[in-house]
Design a protein around this ligand. Structure first.
Ligand SMILES: [Zn+2]
Length: 327
């Protein structure tokens, strides 16, 4: 029985800054797909879970998945998937479908990590706690400094005060319910004054675009909750609501059952065994986490591991692919 990998992407786009390594450029995505065509056996997620059950997984099986539901998945990634005939599953956060919106982490990044001048002091009231920061020299942040730090990743040491404030606020905002997070973000936006620099925020899919993405049957649509919460931080009722409502919204748009799910921030501390049971009870057949490993012989069908792909060229991607297959 062969080794299998489930790959996780988010965006196919050029990023001006990308603290979470969510973007792979279109040329590099094309190179990576070419490597998969030549050196792997691309499968649909559903095909892989069936093969795993039957013990017939082809060697070097690979499944391509995308999380979150960025519009570039339709406009940039899908044409490249079609050219190479490689199937993919796109897990969509359904809250932004109802409104022209952006993801909160992209908004936060624009306010704090893009060039411009901010007020010297920031104070935010979050969960009855008052948080204060002095930006000092970091209040001014010019184009040159921005360019110097644009390759910074969130797991690296913060190069400026702005980066450490960004991370601190990100950690405070992440566990909040959507409504309270929105309030804090609006406070931040008005504190920053002018609208976000750097052009429009990365777009999220509209219902019409979800239909376009699903057309042609190369792309499976999966669910990724309504508001992208840390599920483990929510009571069971709220978890169930997030899981079931995202499924129902997508089914209403597409008119067919949605059977695949992925956990937001899918590391093991962001969902629980109870979460996995709720996903199964909601009628899903499988769920993906972000536990970074190859797929074992007999994986938990509701905790499938995935490996995040970064903006690597074909050669680097092929080298890493080989290492994962041999791990
Ligand atoms: Zn996500």
């Amino acid at each position: 029985m062969g080794k299998a990998l489930i790959l996780m992407y988010h965006r196919v786009a050029v990023a001006q800054s990308d603290p979470w390594s969510l973007c792979v450029t279109a040329p590099r995505f094309a190179e990576q797909l070419a490597v998969l065509q030549e050196q792997a056996r691309p499968l649909r997620l559903q095909q892989l879970t069936k093969a795993l059950q039957e013990g017939t997984t082809p060697n070097r099986s690979v499944v391509v998945t995308f999380d979150d539901g960025y519009a570039d998945n339709l406009h940039t990634a899908k044409p490249l998937l079609e050219q190479s005939g490689i199937p993919a599953t796109v897990f969509i956060t359904t809250g932004p479908l109802d409104r022209e919106g952006a993801f909160w982490w992209d908004e936060l990044e624009r306010v704090l990590l893009y060039p411009g001048t901010l007020p010297a002091g920031l104070s935010l009231r979050i969960n009855a706690g008052a948080h204060q920061w002095e930006l000092g020299e970091s209040a001014h942040y010019d184009e040159a400094a921005f360019r110097q730090h644009r390759d910074w990743r969130a797991w690296q040491p913060a190069p400026t005060l702005r980066h450490s404030i960004y991370l601190a606020v990100w950690r405070l905002l992440r566990p909040l319910p959507e409504g309270r997070r929105r309030t804090v973000l609006d406070e931040l936006l008005s504190w920053a004054g002018a609208g976000p620099a750097g052009g429009p925020l990365p777009g999220t899919l509209s219902p019409r675009e979800v239909v376009g993405l699903a057309q042609g049957e190369l792309v499976e649509i999966g669910a990724h909750t309504v508001t992208h919460p840390m599920l483990a931080a929510l009571p069971a009722d709220s978890q169930r609501d997030e899981i079931c409502r995202s499924k129902a919204s997508l089914e209403a748009i597409l008119g067919h059952p949605i059977t695949s799910f992925s956990y937001p921030y899918g590391s093991r501390d962001n969902y629980t065994t109870e979460t996995a049971s709720l996903v199964r009870e909601a009628g899903f057949a499988r769920a993906c986490s972000t536990l970074a490993s190859a797929v074992g012989r007999d994986p938990h069908r509701f905790q499938l591991p995935r490996i995040q792909v970064e903006d690597w060229n074909g050669e680097e991607f092929a080298r890493r692919l080989l290492a994962w297959f041999e791990s």
